[in-house]
Write a protein that binds this ligand. Sequence first.
Ligand SMILES: [Zn+2]
Length: 341
Amino acid sequence: MQQVMRQTASPNFATQDNKKQLTILKKEDQLIYQQLDYNIFHIPGENPSNFLILLRGFLDAATLLGTNCFILGSGVQRTMIDCGDMYPLNMKLMDNLLTLMKNENFIINKLFITHAIPNHFGGAWSVIEAHQKLNVQPPTVFKHLDGNDYEIEVFHNTPQLREHVKHINDGDQFKIDEISDSLIRVIRTPGHRKDHCSFGFTSNVHKYGLQNILFPGDMILGTPSVSMDHLDQYINDLKRTRAMAFEKLYLVHTNGMDHADIVVDANKKFADYLDYRYNRLNNMIEFIESQQDLKDTVRMRLVLTCFNSHIEKLRQDGIIEEEFSEVHVKNDKLGFKYSLQ
Ligand SMILES: [Zn+2]
């Protein structure tokens, strides 16, 4: 039994327009899709962490409730960001996507991929195939291609996908539909994974007002932090995108499916994430300082190994140095603290 409900509009949503209400479609209490703003829909990826862990081992424990997929635009040709896992893990997601396309009367014209982990990129071929079955033009898939192992795995499983994928780079801009000037902008954020992109979205449609949104992909999740490949680059990504002054973040992995779980205040979330990293680095400096006279080398080695990326960052920033295979805080950096300002 399908059940269409309406919820109160977000503060961004036009107050003077008739379409003040946001649509939520549920089936037997399961979310099929929901509208997060007048031109943004959310479809749950239906690939929560425990399911993935059972199926293919400890691939991406931070999937939380799954990959939130987003549809942008109001026209008959819209833009999608991330597309969930590969067939058959995405059968429910594809059903829900087709329901949304039918109910709102659109097709996907562009599909943007944050990075090649299969729960973000794996479903791309299914989205193309679904359009072919409907006898309509399939979307172009946009991804920063770098030939990493996950990318190879997805192309290996669905080789037909390759000819539909175009390479994107920092600063590339695209219109999200055929009726507005609203733009999606590629922002390279390689600290999390080398091929990772976040997507900025700006729209200023007269009757709806300004939207200034970041889709941060796996750079920022609904958890206090996230794993990353390169801490120094990752912190630079956070600082750079924070300086772009987005108003809202739309999160791809969350602990809940309510509007407030997915759409969060950008400033606060950036500050929380940077604070978390700076606290860890500050704790590390304090620990190394405290060990300078104690020479507890076993414990020191253990910490240096476990927090290798943090040690590397401290070394790069000139806070610590190594002498005779012992790590010290430099004399002129004693008491140094990272801070948001
Ligand atoms: Zn992810």
